[in-house]
Design a protein around this ligand. Structure first.
Ligand SMILES: Cc1cc2nc3c(=O)[nH]c(=O)nc-3n(C[C@H](O)[C@H](O)[C@H](O)COP(=O)(O)OP(=O)(O)OC[C@H]3O[C@@H](n4cnc5c(N)ncnc54)[C@H](O)[C@@H]3O)c2cc1C
Length: 420
């Protein structure tokens, strides 16, 4: 079997949000990286591509945000949320901490992140390279086996990163062969469909992310401006209705929007572009991210229901946590496989920082109606601007270490509970 002549510190499988970001961060620390993807770029993927503030802050620290803006990425600076008993808006810069989001199509964003990775001499990129298995020695993952048009290849490195998405081959093979990366799933009750629209009137919709819950039981919708003078519009509904929804996608998509109050109403005079995209059935999946020689990042390690648009941000935030810790791991490993014990620091920190968002996602996934705690938080946010700003800051994944809810917000919810 052909073997590499290169000597890599890390092999990264998957070259989108998590993978390209991880490669760039490791290269900046002087690591030699092999970055592979089965796709060839530019390449689209199913996603409404809203990057919340938690993610844009990482992109800003990486220095790539201005480039993504130049490609036409819309920096939305307001968020409006509506649902049963609430309708409030927060200006994302109102607290002076710059928590604007970004909306840029994946085809541009992923290709640009990969081109940035490619510009590093210490990163070797192989597209159209499909990883089929892990290379394992005793209880450690020492590399990958994959194939492209030139045949089957094996690569070895002290660290293999699975950034290969929610159906991760790295996670699956690690679980099957080593009992690693144990998973916990929670099914998503909703399914997601989206489409682009042109000609959305600026007077009706500015650079704003709008979300709407329960115009009908179990339904949700979202709209945001994105690149190329378009808006991306998404709808969510009971996943058990996927088959009947698919009978006539265009008619059903339009009918859903006609029932929505603050999403459908801005589409008067706008025209749909291209097809309706869909997700099929989804899971929230938590995985133990570390094994001897390998680490899972992004959806491979933590996959959430798209309802709140958290996926990119979780991917970028978890990757940045790896960046903070990786110097220590490589320093101590002296070129040998990085052990799961060393990387337990990643698991602890990822879970401390990101599980509140994962748990919020699982709560809204489990049932079609908003659960009582989420509804109460929205209704509390509806009573005062400071509360709206605080909840949206959490929704934007920008609460930082202060967390959510603050004492003041919890007191507001308790008062509401007593009054109910
Ligand atoms: C309908 C829908 C809407 C969404 N909307 C949003 C949103 O608005 N905002 C948001 O933040 N998130 C959203 N998400 C989630 C978001 O798309 C993901 O969280 C994000 O793409 C995760 O990035 P990633 O890099 O971990 O994985 P991915 O983007 O899935 O990339 C994985 C890469 O790995 C490659 N790969 C996989 N297997 C192999 C293999 N065996 N060998 C080589 N390469 C391989 C794939 O080709 C792919 O390029 C949405 C998801 C869905 C389904």
């Amino acid at each position: 079997m052909p073997q590499t002549g290169h000597n890599f510190d890390a092999i990264i499988v998957g070259a989108r949000v998590a993978g390209s970001a991880a490669a760039i961060m490791l290269a900046r620390q002087g690591r030699r990286v092999l970055l592979v993807d089965k796709a060839g770029f530019p390449s689209d993927t199913i996603s409404t591509h809203i990057v919340l503030a938690g993610g844009t802050q990482v992109l800003a620290r990486m220095g790539v945000l201005p480039m993504l803006e130049r490609l036409g990425g819309v920096r939305f600076d307001a968020m409006r949320a509506t649902g049963p008993g609430f309708d409030y808006t927060s200006r994302l810069d109102s607290q002076g901490i710059g928590i604007r989001g970004l909306c840029l199509s994946r085809i541009k964003m992923d290709a640009t992140m990969l081109d940035t990775a490619r510009s590093f001499e210490s990163i070797v990129v192989r597209e159209h390279f499909r990883v089929v298995d892990l290379v394992i020695e005793e209880d450690s993952i020492i590399g990958i086996r994959g194939e492209d048009s030139s045949g089957v290849h094996e690569f070895h490195a002290p660290l293999t990163v699975g950034a290969d998405g929610m159906r991760s081959t790295i996670a699956r093979r690690g679980e099957e062969r080593l009992g690693a990366f144990r998973r916990r799933d929670a099914p998503c009750k909703r399914a997601y469909y989206y489409q682009y629209f042109a000609g959305v009137d600026r007077a009706r919709l500015g650079d704003e992310l709008r979300t709407e819950f329960e115009s009908e039981p179990g339904e949700a919708s979202l709209i945001c401006r994105c690149d190329d003078q378009r808006a991306v519009v998404a709808v969510a509904f009971d996943a058990d209705e996927i088959a009947s929804f698919r009978n006539d996608l265009t008619v059903n998509f339009r009918a859903h929007l006609a029932r929505s109050l603050i999403v459908g109403d801005v589409l008067a005079g706008a025209s749909a572009i291209g097809k309706v995209y869909s997700s099929g059935r989804l899971l929230n999946t938590y995985r133990d991210p570390a094994a001897n020689g390998a680490l899972l990042l992004g959806d491979a390690g933590l996959h959430v229901d798209p309802l709140f648009g958290q996926g990119h941000s979780l991917a970028l935030m978890s990757t940045e946590i790896m960046q903070l810790l990786a110097g220590e791991w490589f320093g101590a490993s002296h070129g040998t496989v990085i052990g799961a014990d060393a990387m337990s620091s990643f698991t602890k920190r990822r879970d401390a920082e990101l599980m509140p968002y994962y748990n919020a996602s699982v709560r809204v996934s489990e049932q079609l109606a908003l659960d009582a705690a989420t509804l109460m938080a929205h209704r509390a946010a509806n009573t005062a601007q400071w509360a709206a700003d605080e909840l949206i800051r959490f929704g934007q994944m920008a609460s930082g270490r202060k967390g959510f809810p603050s004492f003041r917000f919890a007191r507001l919810m308790a008062a509401q509970r007593r009054a109910a």
